[in-house]
Design a protein. Structure first.
Length: 383
């Protein structure tokens, strides 16, 4: 259903760049229009196939559609934005184009010259920005050191470091090598605890067990914990919840555990994804905090930042989240902020401190613009 909705929306939006690139710049029945129509239709169908097969088909097969389909999705996004921006000078120059209507120079009227010039410019911008974004997305995640002050935190725990990983999205494009790179970066920091805040996979255990296997190599003082993201529910979440403990990763399912360190104690809680109720596996903050000691700090893992308000109502001191990818494709972060109330970085929500990581992978296009991949090393200090 998710892939179907996205495909319908993006397919409809293709009408605008198709009109501006093909319809406005070619004559009906010409070879150029036929080629343009075929190219747009082929790219759209490949993109829809990539969306439809991303979590259900063996990555060895799905990658043949994922690479061209998702790259086109990014090019289409920036092509549409560039064309919309260029509508402004086109409108401003309309009186200029009308002055030589019917009197083309060198076979091209001013209107045709402007229309084709803006199409070429938009295409160049889209391809250039996408190419830059590919180099960022496929590069190593940055390790961001984040000191945070947490109320109720025992001073003896001051300096406790949590390696926060989110949104790895193992699947047709990212595989075992990417997981190993993340594990090496985390282990080099020697964290006290590792937290995986969901969207680890885009596919089944059968297809991605080998890609996830390097997670068994994560090393920290207090182990690795995991909460589900929305994409686990598209990928056979029950199988993953059974499989991850074999890699030394403990799922937190609307529950909390005590972390004892340096003579002090704090609670570490985890809740199921905000949308998990659609799969009869809802997140339950009251259950996760039940039985807590109100004198001790409570740190909660949640996939989506929009759980922060409810977490604040239940006395959570620090919420660690992901999901947003930092927007992934700027300026998409504006829509993310409206939907989630956060994009990336530290926030205060109703007295609860929240930190949102940009994520260590990507979903869909192997492209990141304005939001490089990130592993966050969160250092806790008493407030």
């Amino acid at each position: 259903m998710f892939a179907l909705v996205v495909s319908l929306v993006v397919g409809t939006l293709h009408l605008y760049p198709w009109k501006r690139i093909v319809l406005d710049n070619t004559t009906r029945g010409t070879r150029g229009r036929r080629i343009g129509n075929a190219a747009f239709l082929t790219l759209l169908l490949v993109m829809i196939t990539a969306l439809a097969t991303g979590t259900s088909v063996d990555p060895e097969v799905a990658q043949w559609f994922a690479w061209p389909g998702y790259l086109w999705l990014a090019v289409f996004f920036y092509l549409t934005l560039a064309l919309l921006v260029l509508e402004i000078p086109r409108l401003a120059l309309r009186p200029w184009t009308r002055r030589d209507a019917g009197r083309p120079r060198d076979g091209l009227s001013r209107r045709t010259l402007l229309t084709r010039g803006s199409a070429v410019a938009a295409g160049a911008v889209a391809v250039g920005v996408t190419g830059y974004g590919v180099s960022v997305a496929l590069g190593p995640p940055t390790v961001t050191h984040v000191p945070l002050r947490v109320r109720r935190l025992d001073p003896r725990i001051g300096g406790f470091r949590i390696a926060l990983i989110s949104d790895v999205h193992l699947g047709p494009i990212l595989g075992r090598d990417h997981t190993r790179r993340i594990v090496d970066l985390v282990n080099a920091e020697q964290p006290d605890l590792v937290a995986i805040a969901g969207d680890l996979v885009d596919g089944t255990v059968e297809h991605l067990a080998d890609a996830a296997a390097p997670l068994a190599g994560l090393r920290s003082t207090h182990g690795t914990y995991f909460v589900t993201g929305n994409h686990e529910y598209y990928s056979g979440y029950r199988e993953w919840l059974d499989h991850l403990p074999r890699l030394g990763v403990r799922p937190l399912r609307n529950e909390h555990v005590d972390i004892r360190h340096g003579g002090g104690v704090f609670h570490l809680a985890g809740i199921n994804d905000h949308t998990a109720y659609r799969f009869q596996d809802p997140g339950d903050i009251p259950a996760a905090v039940r039985g807590r000691d109100p004198e001790r700090a409570l740190v909660m893992l949640a996939h989506q930042p929009r759980d922060a308000r409810a977490a604040a109502e239940h006395g959570v001191d620090l919420l660690l989240a992901g999901h947003t990818h930092g927007g992934q494709l700027s300026p998409f972060e504006m829509a993310v902020s409206l939907q989630q109330g956060a994009v990336a970085g530290a926030y205060d929500v109703g007295g609860t401190r929240m930190y949102v990581t940009r994520g260590a992978g990507f979903w869909g296009p192997p492209v990141r613009v304005g939001a490089p991949p990130d592993i966050s090393l969160v250092e806790l200090h008493p407030a």
